[in-house]
Design a protein around this ligand. Structure first.
Ligand SMILES: *[C@@H]1O[C@H](CO)[C@@H](O)[C@H](O)[C@H]1NC(C)=O
Ligand SMILES: *[C@@H]1O[C@H](CO)[C@@H](O)[C@H](O)[C@H]1NC(C)=O
Ligand SMILES: *[C@@H]1O[C@H](CO)[C@@H](O)[C@H](O)[C@H]1NC(C)=O
Ligand SMILES: *[C@@H]1O[C@H](CO)[C@@H](O)[C@H](O)[C@H]1NC(C)=O
Ligand SMILES: *[C@@H]1O[C@H](CO)[C@@H](O)[C@H](O)[C@H]1NC(C)=O
Ligand SMILES: *[C@@H]1O[C@H](CO)[C@@H](O)[C@H](O)[C@H]1NC(C)=O
Ligand SMILES: *[C@@H]1O[C@H](CO)[C@@H](O)[C@H](O)[C@H]1NC(C)=O
Ligand SMILES: *[C@@H]1O[C@H](CO)[C@@H](O)[C@H](O)[C@H]1NC(C)=O
Length: 466
């Protein structure tokens, strides 16, 4: 009787625990409140500079997007910017970008505007477009680099000529409801705010011209809003234990068809993310955006695996020296897709004294001033900056040399990173209980060539004496 009675109580406790966990997750990633502890100020700032106004209501403006995120970039098929006009504005023409839909311009006779929609959707032009359609910082197919990896290409801009836009800073109405998609969700944009007009130096730097009016807005990313399944997983090995800890089963998705062979020479599984993108593209995309997905990115195929992750990261604790230790990180692509500007962010307590990386570029991300335990890695131009599609060449790797921190230990998984992000997406780590443990007894410390030579000489000496 008592056992039967206590059951529901137990379930209720469990429910409270589950509810508590859900609340904590919601508090950690509140919808719309983006906060990335590794990049607390990361945002994309969009600035409109009004360059000219004419008496009959034309406005020419320059729109510039600055990616101030340290490691999150926007890959092909690229950024898609949207807003809603506050009044009856129309876009007469654009340079360096275009509206995906013209909309209903039947009220116009003679000259027809570029776009008459109340909520235009703007995309970048493709590289190689006619020179007359270009503007500075345009035409990269919507690709926007991260601020750390490639500051020059972290800026995009286009020019726009707007009709019925008012004739001064009093009669103009700021566009509303800005949206930024990539083409998936994830970014939330603030309302536009009038700020101090931008200054533009003349080429000789002796004079500055000034925008007639400037407004700014910022868009911030939240993994919660992006609702993306993980895209990468981590496996581990160490020199002190033969165990290789694989990626977690179902880390990114579960294998859709168990009878599909794992060790196949052809990619047979569809990328879980493409399945997701296609199921949501019709539901919450602006018109034209889904066409871009379909035109530019047919579903990509993946080599099937137990974790179904397109990207597999392997962390190997490789060598122990007296004052230093060495790890090796490999990024393995299982996707039939090239990653042109991959980056990796790794949080490890010893990165405060990262001494050298051998085949990657790196920069410490100092999110909290003195505590710099996070580093960003990316490829060396023309050598391994492109992570090639799955196959023999579909991997990049580098060794990392670190000077031992005072807290350094091989026990308790200290040598294993806390977090790893690939292209800004958090990778699934194996559970800490599975980390390779230190076997009993101490580890042999590599003491350098000198000692080896001394030992070898001693052995030779002993051998000749005896
Ligand atoms: C956006 O990023 C810039 C550069 O890091 C920063 O100065 C600015 O305060 C950020 N804006 C917001 C609203 O976070
Ligand atoms: C902006 O979005 C809000 C909420 O979705 C909506 O009520 C409002 O009408 C929109 N404004 C314009 C100008 O479309
Ligand atoms: C409009 O511009 C004038 C001067 O150019 C300035 O004094 C005024 O504050 C501006 N008004 C707004 C709403 O920005
Ligand atoms: C508006 O954005 C631009 C570009 O990021 C920046 O230089 C400027 O300081 C911003 N203005 C304000 C008042 O935030
Ligand atoms: C699963 O894969 C096998 C072998 O590739 C195939 O014959 C079978 O039709 C697949 N089943 C489903 C439900 O896709
Ligand atoms: C990836 O890049 C290589 C070398 O540039 C090229 O041969 C291959 O076709 C590309 N693969 C895809 C899927 O674009
Ligand atoms: C961490 O900070 C120290 C001193 O503040 C600096 O010497 C070191 O280069 C930084 N590490 C990284 C990875 O940037
Ligand atoms: C980093 O290494 C240097 C010697 O290379 C040492 O003086 C310093 O204390 C170390 N810093 C930390 C935070 O361990």
């Amino acid at each position: 009787m008592e056992a039967l009675y206590s059951r529901p109580g137990f379930d209720r406790k469990l429910n409270v625990v589950v509810l508590g966990a859900v609340v904590m997750i919601l508090l950690a990633f509140p919808p719309g409140e983006a906060f990335d502890p590794l990049d607390p100020n990361g945002n994309i700032t969009i600035k409109w500079d009004v360059m000219t106004w004419t008496g009959d209501g034309y406005m020419q403006a320059q729109v510039t997007m600055y990616n101030y995120q340290q490691y999150r970039h926007i890959e092909a098929p690229g950024w898609i910017l949207g807003w809603a006009w506050a009044k009856k504005e129309v876009i007469w023409s654009m340079q360096g970008a275009e509206a995906t839909m013209q909309g209903d311009c039947s009220k116009f006779h003679g000259d027809v505007p570029h776009c008459c929609k109340k909520d235009p959707t703007i995309v970048d032009l493709l590289p190689g477009v006619a020179y007359s359609a270009q503007s500075a910082n345009c035409c990269r197919g919507g690709v926007l680099s991260s601020y750390v990896q490639d500051p020059l290409n972290s800026v995009a801009s286009f020019q726009i000529v707007v009709g019925k836009a008012g004739t001064s800073n009093i009669t103009v109405a700021l566009p509303k409801n800005f949206t930024l998609t990539t083409p998936g969700p994830g970014y939330t944009c603030s309302p536009a705010k009038v700020v101090k007009p931008s200054l533009f130096p003349t080429p000789d730097g002796r004079r500055h011209t000034q925008a007639l009016m400037t407004w700014n807005l910022t868009c911030t990313y939240s993994q919660f809003l992006a609702q993306r399944a993980p895209t990468c997983c981590v496996s581990l090995s160490t020199f002190y234990n033969d165990v290789i800890v694989p990626c977690q089963n179902c880390a990114c998705a579960c294998r859709p068809n168990i009878s599909q062979p794992l060790l196949s020479t052809v990619p047979m599984c569809v990328d879980p993310e493409d399945v997701f993108a296609q199921s949501t593209s019709s539901a919450n995309q602006r018109p034209g955006a889904s066409a871009i997905i379909q035109n530019q990115a047919p579903p990509t195929l993946l080599y099937c695996s137990m974790d179904m992750c397109p990207i597999h990261i392997h962390w190997h604790v490789k060598t122990n020296y007296v004052d230093y230790w060495r790890a090796k990180v490999s990024i393995i692509n299982r996707h039939v897709k090239n990653y042109t500007m991959w980056n990796l962010v790794v949080q490890h307590p010893n990165f405060n004294n990262l001494t050298e990386t051998f085949s990657f570029q790196y920069k410490g991300l100092t999110s909290y001033g003195a505590i710099n335990d996070t580093a960003m890695f990316w490829g060396i131009k023309y050598y391994n900056d492109m992570l090639l599609e799955a196959g023999d060449n579909g991997n990049v790797q580098s060794e990392i040399l670190m000077r031992k921190d005072p807290r350094f230990t091989f026990t308790q998984g200290w040598a294993i990173p806390h977090r790893i992000l690939f292209n800004g997406d958090e990778c699934v780590m194996p559970p800490p209980t599975s980390y390779p443990f230190m076997p009993n007894g101490s580890i042999k410390v590599k003491t350098g060539l000198f000692l080896h030579v001394v030992l070898a000489l001693a052995v030779v000496y002993l051998a000749t004496v005896l």
